[in-house]
Design a protein around this ligand. Structure first.
Ligand code: PGA
Length: 265
């Protein structure tokens, strides 16, 4: 059972806007540290009203899963193999993730796209495979600095969304969250200004509306990611099109994660 249901019931429309705050631990932590941090986060968020997720490394999934069981925090994976099983050395299958208790998977992270050269086509196959097996998906999109400077930020996100979500039905879309992560802002300390981020989020929503209709686009959760921290989170989250955060560095400590995760308007 998912402690929180699908995106649609977390969205605006009610009186209080529910945000989706996710910690991407990337290639950090050992077992003891992961267990401790997950335990602290579970305690700190037990009365939290937002939607939460923690994505540790594959080898830490079981440890963290045991801690998060019965909590209001989803267990996420940071990537997933392209096929269900077989000759894919170094990959982890969707079936293995499910067995480890994973409920959602981050796909298309810029570190996958740029360091490991994963393409939009590959991402699309993974998105469809994850959805076929009932996993929620966070699909990351975002432009490089040179693409922003050339005025192509919106077009890059549009392309990544169209290709990443190709053949994904509107029924399955409720299990998808988009994370806008400008590549130049990730791990650099430089966040997009709330106004700039909101403008891209708004254009992402337009792309989604063209693909899936206004209602589906309105209900879609679009997270911001890229140097989000307690000092800048409120400014970003107050913007109408920013519905949450995908948090790297600040997700590695309770002191920095909890103030963001407990944000409410
Ligand atoms: P950051 O990472 O918060 O450390 O910039 C965000 C991400 O890559 O998801």
């Amino acid at each position: 059972m998912r402690p929180f249901g699908l995106n649609s019931i977390h969205k605006k429309g009610g009186k209080v806007k529910k945000f989706y705050i996710a910690a991407n631990w990337k290639m950090n932590m050992n077992r003891a540290g992961a267990k401790q941090l997950a335990t602290e986060m579970k305690a700190g968020l037990k009365d939290g009203k937002n939607k939460y997720m923690i994505a540790p490394s594959f080898t830490l999934l079981q440890e963290v899963s045991a801690v998060l069981k019965g909590s209001n925090i989803l267990l996420g994976a940071q990537n997933m193999g392209l096929e269900e099983k077989g000759a894919h050395t170094g990959e982890v299958s969707v079936l293995q993730l499910l067995e480890a208790g994973v409920q959602t998977v981050i796909l298309g992270h810029s570190e996958r796209r740029h360091i490991y050269k994963e393409t939009d086509g590959l991402m699309n196959k993974k998105v469809k495979l994850a959805l076929k097996h009932g996993l929620e998906v966070i699909l990351c999109v975002g432009e490089l600095l040179e693409e922003r400077e050339a005025g192509h930020a919106e077009a890059v996100c549009e392309r990544q969304i169209k290709k990443g979500l190709a053949d994904v039905s509107v029924q399955d879309l409720v299990k998808v969250t988009i994370a806008y992560e400008p590549v130049w802002a990730i791990g650099t300390g430089k966040n997009a200004s709330p106004e700039d981020a909101d403008a891209i989020h708004s254009s992402i929503r337009k792309t989604l509306a063209a693909l899936y209709g206004e209602k589906a686009a309105k209900e879609m959760i679009i997270q911001y990611g890229g140097s989000m921290k307690p000092e800048n989170a409120a400014g970003l989250l107050k913007k109408p099109n920013i519905d949450g955060g995908l948090i790297g560095g600040a997700g590695l400590k309770t002191e920095t994660f909890l103030p963001i995760a407990l944000f409410s308007e």
